[in-house]
Ligand binder design. Structure first.
Ligand SMILES: Cc1cc2nc3c(=O)[nH]c(=O)nc-3n(C[C@H](O)[C@H](O)[C@H](O)COP(=O)(O)O)c2cc1C
Length: 177
């Protein structure tokens, strides 16, 4: 990894896992980390490398709209995207996330996956009810037909989990040119 590179880490996190990964990345690289909501495109354009991370919500990467909206300006930069979800890591998960989130000219952007956190009781009222509804709906399906995320949803149940692990960041650090 070239630590001399001028990079920034942008993140969007609702329950803290993506923020933790952004902080760890910042500690290792020395790059600043900033919430996407606070990012101003003029400032971001000063960096050569943009690492953007967001929690996965109904298969979408939160905060990815910033990249889509500003892609014409950001295109010449090195861009890396990471998604944080409750699903266990499986081979090819990055490809599925990329297909759901980065289409057209954005489809060449490398996507990484880091496992996050799950705490049903401390979710917002809406999220908690949505997840309970989904768990209920999924539990009626044949388990052999579960999608990865559906399987994770059932296994997570109403227990608290913290699957965050710095090791998930190694593939990202390896790609920093
Ligand atoms: C309403 C809702 C939808 C979710 N959808 C997904 C999903 O599609 N895939 C997944 O792997 N995890 C999903 N999760 C789990 C979150 O991605 C996980 O809690 C992650 O840690 C969120 O990142 P954050 O802590 O930075 O907000 C969902 C969680 C909630 C509350």
């Amino acid at each position: 990894m070239n630590k001399q590179k001028n990079g920034i880490i942008l993140y969007q996190s609702k329950y803290g896992a993506t923020k933790e990964y952004a902080k760890w990345l910042s500690e290792t690289t020395g790059f600043k980390f900033l919430e996407i909501k606070k990012a101003k495109i003029d400032e971001i354009l000063q960096y050569d490398l943009i690492i953007l991370g967001g929690g996965l919500y109904a298969t979408g990467i939160s905060g990815i709209s910033f990249l889509k909206k500003n892609y014409s300006l950001l295109k010449p930069k090195q861009i890396l995207v990471f998604a944080v979800g409750a699903s266990p890591y499986v081979d090819g998960i990055e490809k599925v996330i990329a297909e759901n989130n980065l289409t057209g000219e954005l489809s060449d952007i490398p996507v990484f996956y880091c496992r996050g956190k799950w705490d049903l009781e401390n979710m917002s009222f809406i999220d908690k009810n949505l997840c309970k509804l989904l768990q209920n709906r999924v539990s009626k399906k044949d388990p052999s037909s579960y999608e990865i995320w559906e399987k994770a949803l059932i296994e997570a149940g109403n227990k608290t989990h913290d699957w965050t692990d710095k090791a998930y960041l190694n593939p990202i650090l390896d790609r920093i040119e």
